[in-house]
Design a binder for this molecule. Sequence first.
Ligand SMILES: Cc1cc2nc3c(=O)[nH]c(=O)nc-3n(C[C@H](O)[C@H](O)[C@H](O)COP(=O)(O)O)c2cc1C
Ligand code: SF4
Ligand code: SF4
Length: 276
Amino acid sequence: MKQHHLKLNENNSTILFLFSGTGNSLNAAIRIQENIENCEILSIPEVLEEKKITYEAAKIGFIFPVHFLDAPNIVREFLKNIKITGNSYVFAVATSGGEIGKTFQTINKLLDLQNRKLHSEFSLVLPSNSIIMEDRSSTPEVVDRLIKNSEVRINEIIKIITNNEIEKFIPTRVSFKNRFGSLMGRIFLYGIFNDRRFKVDKEKCIRCGTCVSVCPMNNIEIVDDKVTYNHNCEVCLACIHWCPRNAIEHFNTRGIPRYHHPNIKVKHMRDYKSKS
Ligand SMILES: Cc1cc2nc3c(=O)[nH]c(=O)nc-3n(C[C@H](O)[C@H](O)[C@H](O)COP(=O)(O)O)c2cc1C
Ligand code: SF4
Ligand code: SF4
């Protein structure tokens, strides 16, 4: 790991641009924020909505889940639409179940459009929330171990960020099966089905509004006493995982245990969305 001698913006601020469905990425962002002075977390969908284009800070981070071996659509859209000005130390934290594919290549390609690249690329392995595909929920023991390991890794990441050091991700080979699965997922889940295959069980649903609160895309409303999806979905699965009644199903999610990061509560999900 090399010491990086960047002449950074003097305001000494840090901006973390965040997208998170089940709190894995949000927990990492909160932990970084707690340990770095003058650090704010901005929700990527909210920033896109606001249409503020230019951002300047000494450190700029992008924190998000890996979707289909790549950065989520919304993160890519966001990077095409914002401009970073001044000298910043730029990093990304990609949280995933362990296979990140071309995530950092994509981020670097988009940053290259503004003559930048990531100084540091952090992969953070956590329990996978992708229960609609073949990843099934981990056992409580595995979840516990992954969370503990991730906390150690977050501490390392904080140290590297604090010192503006460089860490590059060394890509690993992704199996054909997983690449094929991800391509299918991208085509069908993002492209064709989106939220149209989400089924809310009217008997189980208690109209508590949790799904509305946690959806990072503000894609859910309760209209005429009925949970309604507005087809602006990033397939982050927050609604499925956070519903206290397991009332929301998609394809083959029936009977599969739900997951969210144990340190993150509905309130955290709601708060981070409305800070920008
Ligand atoms: C649609 C979708 C696709 C996913 N694809 C991958 C993947 O390709 N590789 C992987 O390791 N994890 C994958 N995951 C798991 C998430 O990246 C992982 O659980 C992440 O930490 C979730 O972060 P969040 O809680 O901040 O949303 C996927 C999850 C979803 C919902
Ligand atoms: S979170 Fe579940 S129970 Fe609550 S309103 Fe949404 S679908 Fe209904
Ligand atoms: S509707 Fe559900 S899956 Fe889609 S973006 Fe909102 S919370 Fe995520």
